[in-house]
Ligand binder design. Structure first.
Ligand SMILES: [Zn+2]
Length: 256
């Protein structure tokens, strides 16, 4: 694989209805591996149903903190079962979102812990969503310390201090097209302190189209090259070197 989109939502519309064309455009742009990430029970099932579209397409199962209020025990148990699929390579996205607070914080924390337990039992890596909840996210992760495998903070928008804090704990950091936004100076400073061997790159598509493609409202994996080029520039390495390095990290992190 040349470059892997480590966090996409290929089961979201309008990407899902055009999945073959989306993957073709991605391969033509040089992004030839994808990890499509679960956010709720319905998406988790849909992910399983598209995994045979390409040998380099992998999936995760997880329930986003937004939906904590709607989740039943059977949803969580179903997730645990789906995680046994050999192309399901991580648990997530899971975590805490105290920015939108679509679900009560206590419910978010409870659901987060249930998913950490699954990650611990299955030895699968974790994809963490954390927004306006950094301290609490770390505190919950610390409660499970020693029993978890690889952990990545996805769509990182924090500053260099937080990036260092995460790196000190051995976690990885993944950047989206946000890194290309004019307003994202502090996220670029964060990227500058993340060593090349602890970094991943993602689209979070259909959201977060990178500059100069922000007019294209629907993001897709082909556009990730703009994010990768910006990160290579920040790290002061050539594009090929950058791609080789983050692809190795992504393969090592997810065990693919
Ligand atoms: Zn996402």
């Amino acid at each position: 694989m040349k470059l892997i989109d480590s966090h996409a939502h290929l089961t979201f519309e309008p990407l899902a209805e055009a999945i073959n064309a989306v993957l073709d455009r991605s391969i033509a742009a040089g992004v030839d591996g994808w990890i499509t990430v679960g956010t709720d029970s319905k998406q988790n099932e849909q992910i399983i149903s598209i995994l045979d579209k390409h040998p380099n397409l992998f999936g995760t199962v997880g329930i986003h903190p937004h939906y904590a209020k709607d989740v039943s025990d059977s949803d969580v148990e179903r997730m645990r079962l789906l995680a046994e699929n050999e192309k399901i390579i991580a648990i997530g996205e899971t975590g805490l979102d105290f920015h939108y607070n679509f679900s009560k914080q206590d419910a978010q924390i409870e659901l987060f812990k249930k998913q950490l337990a699954i990650a611990s039992d299955t030895n699968l890596p974790l994809i963490i969503h954390s927004r306006n909840a950094f301290d609490k996210t770390i505190k919950v992760l610390d409660e499970f310390s020693g029993s978890l495998g690889n952990i990545v903070f996805h769509c990182f928008g924090g500053d260099a201090t937080r990036a260092k804090f995460i790196l000190d704990r051995g976690y990885y950091i993944s950047f989206t097209g946000m890194i290309t936004f004019k307003s994202a100076d502090s996220a670029r400073e964060a990227a500058a302190v993340v060593p090349l061997d602890r970094m991943m790159v993602e689209t979070d598509c259909p959201y977060m189209s990178p500059a100069p493609m922000r007019k294209q409202k629907i993001n897709e994996p082909a556009l990730m090259i703009h994010t990768a080029k910006k990160l290579a520039e920040i790290k002061g390495v050539g594009y090929e070197t950058f791609c080789k390095s983050v692809t190795e990290n992504t393969k090592r992190f997810f065990g693919i």
